[in-house]
Structure formats: structure tokens, C-alpha cells
Design a binder for this molecule. Sequence first.
Ligand code: NAP
Length: 250
Amino acid sequence: MRVLILGGTGEARELARIASGERGLDIVSSLAGRVATPRLPVGPVRVGGFGGVEGLRTWLRENAIDAVVDATHPFAARVSAHAAAAARELGIPALHLRRPEWARRPGDLWTRVPDLAAAAAELTVHGENVLLTIGRQGVGAFAACAGHRFVIRSIDAPEAPLPARYELLLARGPFTFDEELVLMSRHRIDVLVTKNSGGEQTAAKIAAARTAGLPVIMIDRPALPAGARSVGAVAEAVDWLRAAAAHAVG
Ligand code: NAP
């Protein structure tokens, strides 16, 4: 069974590693090409957009793909929607692998907001120094926040428009709890802005904000495509692939 894994996450790499070792599974991974030097999964990899639902559908057909696992980041909503639509149109099975969200714990000072624009609007009730950890894309939503000074952390540099006052920290996780606490203290951070990405790689900032008593503006995830089948763990996706392969053979 030929499987396309839509990647760009640690979970996608883990799934590609395990599934590549399974008999009867032929895996190809796909990356968007956003990161200049990405961490590559095991096995064949293709890079770049497909050209919308139509392009993806054509690619799936031309490459004789039998099943799709969308293991992209929980905030990569467009490609998830495209994967669901293309698979449905071709009548092939699709699964969405989404790591669990971070849950609020005692001591957390979270304000949950639905999107980047709402996060920017929410800043008006917070202090001046903002730690912005939403990735390279979407920083433009904060460009008009003239009253704040941003520490923007991302893997590659964001593109304009950017806020008037900012400092750029180019870094790739994982980050430790101690590193996050030092960062927050050194920059006299008043508020943390983050997506509810979940997972271990970047969770330390949430614990550090809790310990430091800092408020967090937590951006909620976009919804999965309607009717999507989803699992939260790589092992469940492996089970799903095994069952789909057995079904394909049977
Ligand atoms: P998006 O808004 O859902 O996708 C935008 C377009 O990028 C898609 O329409 C598709 O182009 C292309 N694309 C996205 N993921 C792709 C993949 N794995 N393989 C081939 N094409 C892909 O996605 P995004 O938020 O820009 O994220 C891009 C990639 O970065 C994703 O793969 C995601 O896993 C990773 N990532 C995203 C975030 C985040 O916060 N959004 C964080 C960490 C990693 P076409 O329509 O031309 O096919």
C-alpha cells in the first residue's frame, strides 16, 4: 500500500520512521518547503505545495497513492482541508494525526483566543514586553501593535510587515524549562503569545510562564475538516495504516 504522509512535524517524522519498517507499506513524505533547512524524515521526501486540492488530487493519482496521513502541524488548516477533500474525491482513506492540545493547569493565567487577530487585540490589556512564539508566518497580525515591544522567536526570519519595535531570536526547539525562564526574565517579558500547538518540543514555555506568573495569550486550534477521522498518537496512526493495508490486501 502506497501512503503519503503530509509532514512538517516531529510526529510525521516518527510515523515515517516506524511505517517505513512495516511490511506492505510504501511511504512517501511531503514537506511544504517553508523551513530553509528542515529536519528530514526517513525515506523518500518530496518538497513544495501541490497546487491546491486539484493539484494534490492529480499528484495522488499519478503516484498511485492508496492512503493519506495528514500529520501536519495542528495550525496547518489549509493543507489538512485539501488532504481531506482530495482523498474523499478519489475514494481513498485519509487520517489526520493531531497531537493533543496543551491543557490548562492550576496556576496558568491563560486567555484563550480564536485566532491571531484576536491575540493581537488582546495585547492591549497586557504589559509592554511580548514574547511572540507563533512561528514565522502570521507575525504580520501584530504589525500594528505600536504600544508593545516584541521578542519574536522563530526558526527562520519572518517577513514584513513586522511590528515597529522587535528583537528577533532565531532558534529551533526543543527548549528547556530553565532556558525559557531565563529568556522571560532577561527580556522582562510581560506576556507570552503562543498557539496551542501541544506536544513536548515547545511545552517548556507554558510551564515557565506558569512559574513566572506570566499571562499567556493562547490561540486555539482551527477545526479539523468536517467528518475527518483523527487520532492523537503516532502509534494509533500506525495501527490505522496496518488495518488499511490489511484491508487493501484482503
Ligand atoms: P497551510 O496554511 O495549511 O498550507 C498552505 C499551503 O502550503 C497548502 O495549501 C499547501 O500548498 C502547502 N503545504 C502545507 N503543508 C504541506 C506539506 N506537508 N506538503 C506539501 N505542501 C504543503 O500550512 P502552513 O501553516 O503554511 O504550514 C506549512 C507546513 O509547516 C506544514 O507542513 C506544517 O506541518 C508545518 N508547520 C506549520 C506550523 C504552523 O504553525 N502553521 C508550525 C510548525 C510546522 P498547495 O495548496 O500548493 O498544495
